[in-house]
Design a protein around this ligand. Sequence first.
Ligand SMILES: *Cc1c(COP(=O)(O)O)cnc(C)c1O
Length: 345
Amino acid sequence: MDIIDLRSDTITRPTPAMRKAMADAEVGDDVFKEDPTVNRLEEMAARRMGKPAALLVGSGTMGNLVSQLAHCGRGDETLLGDQSHVFFYEQGGASALGGIHPRTLPNEKDGTIAPETIEAAIRPDDVHFPQSRLVIVENTHNRCSGTPLTAAYTATVGRLARRHGLKLHIDGARIFNAAVSLGVDAAELAAPADSVTFCLSKGLAAPVGSVLCGDEDFIARARRMRKSVGGGMRQAGIIAAAGIVALTEMVDRLAEDHANARTLAVGLAGIPGLGIDPDAIATNIVYFRVTAKGLDAPAVVARLGESGVRVLPTAKDQMRAVLNYHVTGADVQRALAVFSRVMKG
Ligand SMILES: *Cc1c(COP(=O)(O)O)cnc(C)c1O
């Protein structure tokens, strides 16, 4: 049975071009900054994000962590969404390792945080309060339907942060999905931010790695923090080589994942017992609900799995499908047929 794996875009395996580039990569000791392939990837990433410098890190979580450690001191406060990946899925690492205090603000359905909510949460100078230091936004917003944040929204947040002396970090794990969906350069989406991370290992199909981008001073501090959390890698050109292929060959094709996501969403909307608003789907992430009486998400997920379709249960009545490089348009049709069958019982 051919499995259709819709759990995440992190399940993507390196392409043949990536494996070849990895095998052929010229390498050196990156802690000495002597890996030419890492250096090339970092230059390329910085250019793509419109920032002066970049740093290859082991994961998106590490990128967000070292970014917070480089922006904030102990006791400083970050302002971030209550549905954000940094708050939800990163073990509170910034608190555990950096003594950084997270202030969560409600995410709207579209992944934004209302600018007036951010502004109202910024602390005045008072000896009782932590010092507000950093705003974090997420683009695309994973837990908010994979919605892309527009350049205009991010610019508004950037201006407001600057006005109050705060920095802005974008968790751009899927910022290229946002760029492709909105039809703009990723650099335009990143322009208002002091720092931005993106993942090579999700929709772009590289096996490992994320890149953190910002100015030279910031990246120098982040490089120190990366070393302190054990992220100083040696012949990391093996990884970077796949990242270069990801950036050069795998960005534009994300549009296929978005089209497939849309087709899946429209199909799911027509299946009794499932609930979804297809108009909310703008990138590759499709959340949908089980509305059928007597069925919950884990039960539906188990039945789908028996028929070779893998999705992720994300709540008692909610599941997630993420379109990716290995899922074709034909697979989407096949998956929809399985969904229909499973929901008919
Ligand atoms: C996946 C993800 C991350 C973290 O990436 P890892 O490589 O899994 O550590 C951060 N932010 C968002 C929005 C993500 O989806």
